[in-house]
Design a protein around this ligand. Structure first.
Ligand code: IMP
Length: 194
Protein backbone atom coordinates (compact mmCIF):
# COMPACT_ATOMS: atom_id res chain seq x y z
CA UNK A 1 0.00 0.00 0.00
CA UNK A 2 1.29 3.48 -0.95
CA UNK A 3 1.49 5.87 1.97
CA UNK A 4 0.42 9.45 1.31
CA UNK A 5 3.46 11.70 1.37
CA UNK A 6 3.51 14.74 3.62
CA UNK A 7 4.72 18.13 2.40
CA UNK A 8 7.80 19.71 3.91
CA UNK A 9 8.75 23.30 3.04
CA UNK A 10 12.28 24.52 2.48
CA UNK A 11 11.91 28.24 3.15
CA UNK A 12 14.45 30.04 0.99
CA UNK A 13 14.66 32.55 -1.83
CA UNK A 14 18.06 31.16 -2.85
CA UNK A 15 17.54 28.81 -5.81
CA UNK A 16 21.16 27.58 -5.75
CA UNK A 17 20.68 26.33 -2.19
CA UNK A 18 17.33 24.82 -3.07
CA UNK A 19 18.84 22.99 -6.07
CA UNK A 20 21.56 21.46 -3.90
CA UNK A 21 19.06 20.24 -1.32
CA UNK A 22 16.64 19.09 -4.01
CA UNK A 23 19.42 16.98 -5.59
CA UNK A 24 20.12 15.35 -2.21
CA UNK A 25 16.43 14.85 -1.58
CA UNK A 26 15.99 12.98 -4.88
CA UNK A 27 18.53 10.37 -3.77
CA UNK A 28 16.44 9.41 -0.74
CA UNK A 29 13.34 7.31 -0.34
CA UNK A 30 11.52 9.31 2.25
CA UNK A 31 7.90 9.97 2.99
CA UNK A 32 7.93 13.70 2.23
CA UNK A 33 7.44 16.03 -0.77
CA UNK A 34 10.01 18.81 -0.72
CA UNK A 35 8.56 22.20 -1.67
CA UNK A 36 10.43 25.50 -2.00
CA UNK A 37 8.67 28.42 -0.27
CA UNK A 38 10.01 31.92 -0.61
CA UNK A 39 8.33 33.22 2.57
CA UNK A 40 9.38 36.49 4.15
CA UNK A 41 11.35 35.69 7.31
CA UNK A 42 13.04 38.01 9.78
CA UNK A 43 16.82 37.94 9.44
CA UNK A 44 18.75 39.20 12.47
CA UNK A 45 22.45 39.94 12.82
CA UNK A 46 23.49 37.37 15.43
CA UNK A 47 26.72 35.84 16.70
CA UNK A 48 26.11 32.42 15.23
CA UNK A 49 24.47 31.08 12.09
CA UNK A 50 22.42 28.77 14.32
CA UNK A 51 20.87 31.80 16.06
CA UNK A 52 20.10 33.40 12.68
CA UNK A 53 18.36 30.20 11.54
CA UNK A 54 16.48 29.88 14.86
CA UNK A 55 15.19 33.43 14.66
CA UNK A 56 14.12 32.98 11.02
CA UNK A 57 12.10 29.82 11.64
CA UNK A 58 10.52 31.30 14.77
CA UNK A 59 9.40 34.32 12.75
CA UNK A 60 7.20 32.14 10.47
CA UNK A 61 6.41 28.97 12.41
CA UNK A 62 2.93 30.08 13.55
CA UNK A 63 1.81 30.50 9.94
CA UNK A 64 2.98 27.07 8.79
CA UNK A 65 0.57 24.39 7.70
CA UNK A 66 3.24 21.66 7.63
CA UNK A 67 6.80 21.01 8.83
CA UNK A 68 9.35 23.42 7.37
CA UNK A 69 13.02 24.30 7.60
CA UNK A 70 15.39 27.16 6.90
CA UNK A 71 19.12 26.88 6.34
CA UNK A 72 21.75 29.47 7.11
CA UNK A 73 25.37 29.23 6.09
CA UNK A 74 28.57 31.21 6.52
CA UNK A 75 32.10 31.28 5.12
CA UNK A 76 34.82 31.61 7.78
CA UNK A 77 38.44 32.43 6.85
CA UNK A 78 40.12 31.19 10.04
CA UNK A 79 43.66 32.07 8.94
CA UNK A 80 44.49 34.92 8.48
CA UNK A 81 41.08 36.61 9.02
CA UNK A 82 40.07 35.08 12.40
CA UNK A 83 36.78 33.79 11.02
CA UNK A 84 35.75 36.80 8.93
CA UNK A 85 33.27 37.12 7.16
CA UNK A 86 31.37 34.41 9.16
CA UNK A 87 27.95 35.72 10.17
CA UNK A 88 28.56 38.74 7.90
CA UNK A 89 29.01 36.51 4.81
CA UNK A 90 25.91 37.72 3.02
CA UNK A 91 26.80 41.41 3.45
CA UNK A 92 30.44 40.83 2.50
CA UNK A 93 29.43 38.90 -0.63
CA UNK A 94 27.19 41.82 -1.66
CA UNK A 95 29.86 44.45 -0.97
CA UNK A 96 33.49 43.36 -1.51
CA UNK A 97 32.73 39.87 -2.88
CA UNK A 98 35.30 37.15 -3.58
CA UNK A 99 37.78 39.63 -5.04
CA UNK A 100 37.66 41.69 -1.86
CA UNK A 101 38.34 38.61 0.30
CA UNK A 102 41.31 37.62 -1.88
CA UNK A 103 42.74 41.14 -1.52
CA UNK A 104 42.84 40.65 2.28
CA UNK A 105 45.06 37.55 2.09
CA UNK A 106 48.82 37.43 1.37
CA UNK A 107 49.89 33.86 2.08
CA UNK A 108 47.40 31.46 0.52
CA UNK A 109 49.44 28.32 1.27
CA UNK A 110 48.92 28.79 5.02
CA UNK A 111 45.30 29.91 4.74
CA UNK A 112 42.54 27.99 6.54
CA UNK A 113 38.80 28.38 5.98
CA UNK A 114 35.55 26.56 6.57
CA UNK A 115 31.89 26.71 5.65
CA UNK A 116 29.24 25.99 8.27
CA UNK A 117 25.54 25.39 7.74
CA UNK A 118 22.72 25.29 10.28
CA UNK A 119 19.30 23.89 9.42
CA UNK A 120 16.44 24.85 11.76
CA UNK A 121 13.44 22.56 11.34
CA UNK A 122 10.00 23.35 12.69
CA UNK A 123 8.60 19.84 13.17
CA UNK A 124 4.87 20.29 13.13
CA UNK A 125 3.83 16.94 14.77
CA UNK A 126 5.78 17.83 17.93
CA UNK A 127 5.45 21.66 17.64
CA UNK A 128 9.18 21.87 18.24
CA UNK A 129 12.31 23.23 16.57
CA UNK A 130 15.30 20.97 15.88
CA UNK A 131 18.78 21.88 14.60
CA UNK A 132 21.13 20.06 12.24
CA UNK A 133 24.61 21.40 11.56
CA UNK A 134 27.49 20.65 9.20
CA UNK A 135 30.99 21.99 8.52
CA UNK A 136 33.60 21.52 5.80
CA UNK A 137 37.27 22.50 6.26
CA UNK A 138 39.70 23.72 3.64
CA UNK A 139 41.73 26.70 2.45
CA UNK A 140 41.40 29.77 0.25
CA UNK A 141 42.34 29.60 -3.44
CA UNK A 142 44.61 32.43 -4.62
CA UNK A 143 42.44 32.77 -7.75
CA UNK A 144 38.71 32.44 -8.35
CA UNK A 145 38.20 29.14 -10.18
CA UNK A 146 35.20 27.26 -11.59
CA UNK A 147 31.70 28.23 -12.58
CA UNK A 148 29.46 25.83 -10.69
CA UNK A 149 27.85 26.57 -7.34
CA UNK A 150 27.45 30.07 -5.94
CA UNK A 151 28.72 32.61 -3.43
CA UNK A 152 32.22 31.86 -2.11
CA UNK A 153 32.51 28.51 -3.95
CA UNK A 154 35.13 29.82 -6.48
CA UNK A 155 37.63 30.64 -3.69
CA UNK A 156 37.21 27.62 -1.37
CA UNK A 157 39.40 24.50 -1.73
CA UNK A 158 38.08 21.63 0.43
CA UNK A 159 40.62 19.40 2.22
CA UNK A 160 38.94 16.30 0.75
CA UNK A 161 39.62 17.41 -2.87
CA UNK A 162 42.71 19.67 -2.60
CA UNK A 163 43.08 20.18 -6.37
CA UNK A 164 39.71 21.87 -6.92
CA UNK A 165 37.57 24.70 -5.63
CA UNK A 166 33.94 24.03 -4.71
CA UNK A 167 32.96 25.84 -7.93
CA UNK A 168 34.89 23.26 -9.99
CA UNK A 169 32.87 20.38 -8.52
CA UNK A 170 29.54 19.04 -9.72
CA UNK A 171 26.60 19.50 -7.35
CA UNK A 172 26.81 15.80 -6.46
CA UNK A 173 30.52 16.07 -5.61
CA UNK A 174 30.00 19.25 -3.58
CA UNK A 175 27.04 17.73 -1.72
CA UNK A 176 29.06 14.64 -0.79
CA UNK A 177 31.52 16.69 1.32
CA UNK A 178 29.84 20.04 1.95
CA UNK A 179 28.57 21.73 5.11
CA UNK A 180 25.04 21.69 3.63
CA UNK A 181 25.28 18.01 2.63
CA UNK A 182 26.36 17.03 6.15
CA UNK A 183 23.61 19.04 7.85
CA UNK A 184 21.12 17.56 5.40
CA UNK A 185 22.11 13.94 6.22
CA UNK A 186 21.33 14.66 9.88
CA UNK A 187 17.95 16.13 8.94
CA UNK A 188 17.08 13.09 6.77
CA UNK A 189 18.06 10.76 9.60
CA UNK A 190 15.74 12.66 11.95
CA UNK A 191 12.82 12.62 9.47
CA UNK A 192 13.23 8.86 8.98
CA UNK A 193 13.07 8.21 12.71
CA UNK A 194 10.20 10.56 13.56
P1 IMP B 1 22.98 32.69 3.68
O1 IMP B 1 22.96 31.36 4.36
O2 IMP B 1 22.11 32.67 2.46
O3 IMP B 1 22.73 33.84 4.59
O4 IMP B 1 24.44 32.82 3.10
C1 IMP B 1 25.37 33.78 3.50
C2 IMP B 1 26.37 34.01 2.40
O5 IMP B 1 27.20 32.87 2.24
C3 IMP B 1 25.73 34.30 1.05
O6 IMP B 1 26.44 35.34 0.44
C4 IMP B 1 25.91 33.03 0.27
O7 IMP B 1 26.14 33.29 -1.10
C5 IMP B 1 27.15 32.41 0.91
N1 IMP B 1 27.02 30.97 0.92
C6 IMP B 1 26.12 30.24 1.61
N2 IMP B 1 26.27 28.93 1.35
C7 IMP B 1 27.29 28.86 0.46
C8 IMP B 1 27.88 27.76 -0.23
O8 IMP B 1 27.51 26.59 -0.10
N3 IMP B 1 28.89 28.08 -1.05
C9 IMP B 1 29.33 29.34 -1.24
N4 IMP B 1 28.81 30.40 -0.65
C10 IMP B 1 27.78 30.14 0.19
Amino acid sequence: MNEVKEDIFFITGNSSKYNEIQQLFKQETINYNLIQKDLKTIEIQAESIKSVAEFKINSVKDKLICSAFVEDAGFFVDNPLNGFPGVYSSYVMKTIGNKGILNLIENFEDSRAHFSAAIALYFKPLHKIFFFEGTVEGKVSNLQKGNHGFGFDPIFIPDEIPTKTFAELTTTQKNSISHRGKAWLKLIDFLRKN
